[in-house]
Design a protein around this ligand. Structure first.
Ligand code: IPD
Ligand code: CA
Ligand code: CA
Length: 272
């Protein structure tokens, strides 16, 4: 998996440096020739070695062989950054075992070719960055946390996240919106961020990063604390220590309690 992700990352770089024609899937949902070429390469590599495995990829959909193993492929996570020349993007690949009663994520790899950072995890065997073990942070209180979120590239008018962004910014060291959910999750796993949340992510965005966080000692759930599933459409991740505090904030914000109002213009225009 690592070799495949590295190869796809290497394929993306020349496209990134030469600049690309952007196409649109929705009003702000971009896709480029690089997304497609990367997915084609990853699918070829998987199918050659594991012809009976299913593959679900963002650009080409599900190739369902009815197999016990399913791969989740985001050939380029952070396409908007990529298309604008902002160097925050990655390749995300995960493998799930689909047993009779339960599906289990068993391995995940996220590769950031601009930093040559390869995040890896295998179920029960910990998580690594470039081969060295990683752990989530030790922050215990929200007020000492740096967290991250993201916004979807379509149906943004239906997404409530700006309200969460506002409130959680006021209660932490800040909220980053870097533009690659898979890297955001890996940055929680390696302790750079203490938490992350996003509405409406797809399985190919989260499959690898969630396992990498869990193997690094962190926690991932839905917004009400119930177990995360790949089709949950709600992702709340943390170092585990601040999970309950984040869940509490979500409960309060959903209920409309304790919301900080916008300041009066006199206040924000004032010199003090
Ligand atoms: C997007 C990125 C972004 C997140 C969006 C995703 P894409 O994936 O992960 O950070 O906020 O929700 O759709 O489209 O670049 O693969
Ligand atoms: Ca994505
Ligand atoms: Ca993508």
């Amino acid at each position: 998996m690592s070799a495949i992700a590295r190869e796809a990352g290497a394929l993306l770089l020349p496209y990134f440096h030469q600049g690309l024609k952007i196409e649109y899937k929705g009003d702000a949902d971009l896709v480029t020739a690089a997304d497609r070429a990367s997915e084609t390469l990853i699918r070829e590599r998987i199918t050659k070695q594991f012809p009976s495995h299913d593959v679900l990829g963002e650009e080409q959909g599900l190739n369902d062989q009815g197999g016990e193993y399913r791969w989740y492929v985001d050939p380029l996570d952070g396409t908007t950054n990529f298309a604008h020349g902002y160097p925050v993007f990655c390749v995300s690949v995960a493998l799930e075992y689909r047993g009779a009663d339960q599906a289990k994520r068993i391995a995940g790899v996220v590769y950031d070719p601009t930093r040559d950072e390869l995040f890896t995890a295998e179920q029960g065997r910990g998580a690594q960055l470039n081969g060295k073990p990683i752990r989530v942070s030790k922050a215990r209180e929200l007020k000492e946390c740096l967290v991250a979120t993201g916004f979807p590239s379509h149906k943004r008018h239906k997404n409530p996240n700006i309200h969460f962004y506002h409130q959680i910014t006021l209660r932490t060291h800040g909220v980053r919106r870097a533009g690659s959910a898979a890297l955001d999750l890996c940055n929680v796993a390696s302790g750079r961020f203490d938490g992350f949340w996003e509405f409406n992510l797809n399985p190919w965005d989260t499959a690898a990063g969630v396992l990498i966080i869990e193997e690094a000692g962190g926690k991932v759930s839905r917004f009400d604390g119930s177990p995360f599933e790949l089709d949950s459409r709600e992702t709340l991740a943390s170092n585990g220590l601040v999970h309950d505090a984040l869940l509490h904030e979500f409960e309060e914000i959903f209920a409309g309690r304790g919301l900080s109002p916008l300041p009066d213009p006199k206040e924000y225009n004032g010199k003090n």
